[in-house]
Design a protein around this ligand. Structure first.
Ligand SMILES: [Zn+2]
Length: 392
């Protein structure tokens, strides 16, 4: 048994002083305060309280919307390169993520889905590669092809298609059932049927890249959508007399929603508005990171398109095209933008995304959960990451 000892821990719903985390075979078997429980004599103790006295132990971050990093684009996931991306994510506190597709020709998407399914299955069967533990792809997020032409962002218009259950089925088959999430514009003809089918197949349906009026957005939720993708970006803007999809996203408490809190995609004040509306349990942080994340300025691939990266902005034809945001920075940002405590900010990057997409035993430090943990400074800087109880 491994016992992790620290000065403070966020479960993240609760805060524990002088915590002990018991880990067996990569799984948390107990979380106690030192005052309540003794360390078993046969345990290997990892004492973080000495090395990082100001640090907090928190669940590893979960990023449910990311396109790459460290120079790698997930639409071209060559097996040899994926560990480099995983290592990069781990450094930023991410322990699990959803590689996210960009709209491309269906055949091309299917090839990428097959390769991503390989990577997910491999990570599941052997969490270590060459004795190394790193962040793991947990499921695929399909961003497109069922997106609105009016709100497509940089997704190529020639590859957008009207939703049909047949095409959805084809994508699911190509991914061998590893699709965990799908962004769809609910107002498109055929969308409600696809939303219902996706929900039935346990895919988290997220409304986004949408020009929906409020009624169409609500119909999408009634059909089975339960989340919203990068709130404010690629959405019909909020108008006080013509509320649209944003009114539904910001007011429906049954809907969780995510946001790119880099201060570029959405102004800090509007991030605060979002956090106030969705609250401590409904707010989810994503990065929408591209291959350029962690790399110098230059030209990078994002699925079928090329993006120019300069001073933290990824652009294509004058439009924002993904980000270079990392999850730890997103967490730190909302402590400033929203005045949130570090614990609440951590929750928006751990438990909230896990619950939003229906992942169990992840994003939380509790008995039965995977021992994926991050050691954060009091300001939210990543000091160390543990995956299945092993220091990465
Ligand atoms: Zn995206």
């Amino acid at each position: 048994m491994i016992v992790l000892r620290a000065n403070r821990l966020y479960t993240p719903q609760e805060e524990i002083e002088n915590p002990l985390v018991f880990v067996e075979d990569g799984i948390v078997t107990g979380v106690f305060s030192e005052t309540a429980r003794e360390i078993p004599r046969n345990a290997t103790v990892i004492d973080l309280s000495r090395e990082y006295p100001d640090a907090v132990l928190a669940p590893g971050f979960i990023d449910i919307h990311m396109h790459g990093g460290a120079g790698l684009d997930v639409m071209r996931p060559s097996a040899g390169e994926l560990p480099r991306l995983n290592r990069f994510l781990t450094k930023h506190g991410v322990t699990g993520y959803f590689p996210t597709t960009v709209t491309a020709p269906v055949e091309q998407t299917c090839v990428a889905l097959g390769q991503l399914a390989d990577a997910i299955e491999a990570a599941r069967t052997s969490p270590t590669s060459n004795g190394e533990v790193q962040a793991q792809p947990l499921g695929i997020h399909l961003e497109g092809p069922f997106l609105s032409h009016q709100r497509r962002g940089v997704h190529p218009p020639e590859n957008l298609i009207e939703p049909t259950v047949q095409i959805f089925e084809r994508l699911l088959q190509a991914a061998r059932g590893q699709v965990s999430m799908m962004t769809i514009a609910p107002e498109l003809p055929g969308a409600l049927e696809v939303i219902a089918e996706a929900a039935r197949r346990k895919v988290c349906v997220s409304i986004g890249h949408s020009d929906a009026k409020v009624e169409a957005a609500r119909a999408g939720v009634r059909a089975g959508a339960r989340h919203a993708t990068h709130t404010f970006n690629a959405m019909r803007p909020l108008d006080h007399r013509d509320p649209g999809i944003l009114a539904e996203v910001l007011t429906d408490e049954h809907l969780t929603a995510d946001i790119i809190a880099d201060g570029i995609h959405v102004a800090p004040e509007v991030v605060q508005l979002f956090l106030n509306a969705k609250g401590k349990t409904g707010s989810v942080l994503i990065t929408d990171a591209t291959a350029a994340t962690g790399m110098p300025d230059g030209t990078y691939q994002l699925g079928p398109i090329q993006v120019e990266v300069k001073d933290g902005r990824c652009m294509m034809d004058g439009k924002l095209a993904g980000s270079v945001l990392t999850m730890d920075r997103a967490v730190r940002n909302i402590t400033r933008f929203g005045g949130w405590s570090l614990r609440d900010a951590v929750r928006a990057a751990t438990l909230n995304p896990a619950l939003a997409v229906g992942l169990k035993q992840i994003g939380v430090i509790a008995p039965g959960a995977e021992a994926n943990l991050v050691v954060l400074s009091s300001k939210g800087d990543v000091r160390k990451t543990f995956i299945r109880g092993h220091a990465a």
